[in-house]
Design a protein around this ligand. Structure first.
Ligand code: 9MR
Length: 354
């Protein structure tokens, strides 16, 4: 039942060929840019944002100032996950999510909601729930209606489902698949759309830049849902990448997602410099330069897709110490520990200025 998305060798071969030959509209030259005229990322031709941590936002003034100055879109790194919000059936803790939304409104930013349905961090009461498929649909519908409904008109977009496939291209095991069946995916989109018909709805997943199987399957699922009339509006490419990834792979991930005609959100972008988590690594100029190249490539690739499909680029954190990767150690983001702009930041400016 789970292997409904079949890997197609012919399509795969075509995708691989175009990846190698770099046939899409690509200009690898590094443009000059009037850095003096670009004061911050809010001036980008498409929204650039960051995932934020609510405690840090409340307690670190420099972090807060950087978000306000630079970001036109924010995502809660954890504030809107099901286990943060849902404490029991119809019992909610909206403190962090409300804070996020109020902060965004005060500072004229877009909020992207992350994430309604995810196989991870399922609240205990859901994991222990027992009932028929209809009962499971009902609790999913209640949760999505209550959360999306609360932020109707305030949260512009949602990752409705996150990470629904495994590495072989089958549907990933989770309580929703087990109890409802594959239909849970389209139902989640339907319920979110009922609660806020204007919200843009995304399927978010990872691996577009390093796995042909994952890229093909994600794009195929999104496309199939759209063809079927399910209210899906975009594909989220997490893009947790690193300095060893070829720039062509990064560019191709963005272009291939855009072939679906849906919007493209690079939703959790960071560029690790220490992907093997070696303990003795330091952040050298050479690593900073390779990181800069990858920030430039991805932000520029967004300009190679139609304007109507550019939902934006969200970085998974603000400054290096606040990244989920920092203890590896790593330096994956465009601002350093002093909130200074790193070469990666210049890479973004070069990417968005054409
Ligand atoms: O960065 C997030 C970290 O603080 C959380 O502990 C973790 C588990 O909820 O999730 C991290 O964010 C993940 C995101 O929600 C989904 N894609 C992968 C991200 C990094 O693990």
């Amino acid at each position: 039942m789970k292997k409904i998305f079949i890997y197609l060798p012919i399509t795969f071969a075509l995708l691989t060929a175009s990846c190698d030959k770099e046939e899409f509209n690509s200009d690898n030259s590094i443009p000059e840019y009037p850095a003096a005229n670009i004061e911050n990322l809010r001036q980008s031709p498409y929204p650039i944002g960051a995932a934020v941590n609510i405690n840090t936002l409340k307690n670190n003034q420099e972090y807060r100032n950087t978000v306000i100055k630079e970001m036109s879109s924010i995502t809660g790194e954890n504030a809107m996950k099901m286990n943060t919000i849902s404490k029991g059936r119809k019992e909610y803790s909206f403190d962090d999510a409300d804070y996020l939304v109020n902060f965004a409104q005060e500072n004229n930013m877009r909020v992207h909601g992350h994430t309604l349905i995810w196989y991870k961090h399922t609240p205990d009461w859901v994991a222990n729930f027992s009932g028929s498929a209809e009962d499971w649909k009902t609790i999913m519908k209640e949760y999505i209606h209550d959360v999306v409904g609360r932020y109707k008109g305030k949260v512009a977009s949602w990752d409705v489902v996150n990470e629904v496939i495994d590495d072989k291209g089958g549907l990933r095991d989770c309580v929703w698949l087990k109890n409802i069946g594959p239909e849970y995916i389209e139902l989640a989109f339907q319920y979110a759309h009922e609660a806020d018909p204007d919200a843009k709805l995304f399927y978010n997943d990872y691996g577009h830049e390093y796995s042909h199987t994952r890229r093909y399957t994600v794009n195929h699922i999104a496309d199939s849902l759209a063809q079927k009339g399910v209210p899906i509006h975009g594909i989220g490419l997490q893009m947790h990448t690193n300095v060893n990834r070829s720039e062509n792979d990064l560019r191709y991930a963005v272009i291939a997602a855009a072939m679906s005609k849906l919007m493209v959100h690079v939703s959790e972008f960071d560029v690790a410099v220490n992907p093997d988590s070696k303990k003795d690594v330091t952040f050298t100029d050479e690593l900073a330069s390779r990181q800069k190249d990858r920030y430039r490539t991805v932000t520029k690739a967004m300009l190679n897709i139609p304007e109507s499909q550019r939902f934006g680029v969200t970085m998974w954190g603000v400054h290096d110490p606040s990244s989920w990767l920092s203890s590896n150690p790593d330096w994956a983001l465009p601002f350093n520990d002093k909130f200074e702009r790193k070469p990666a930041y210049d890479g973004i400016l070069q990417g968005i200025y054409q």
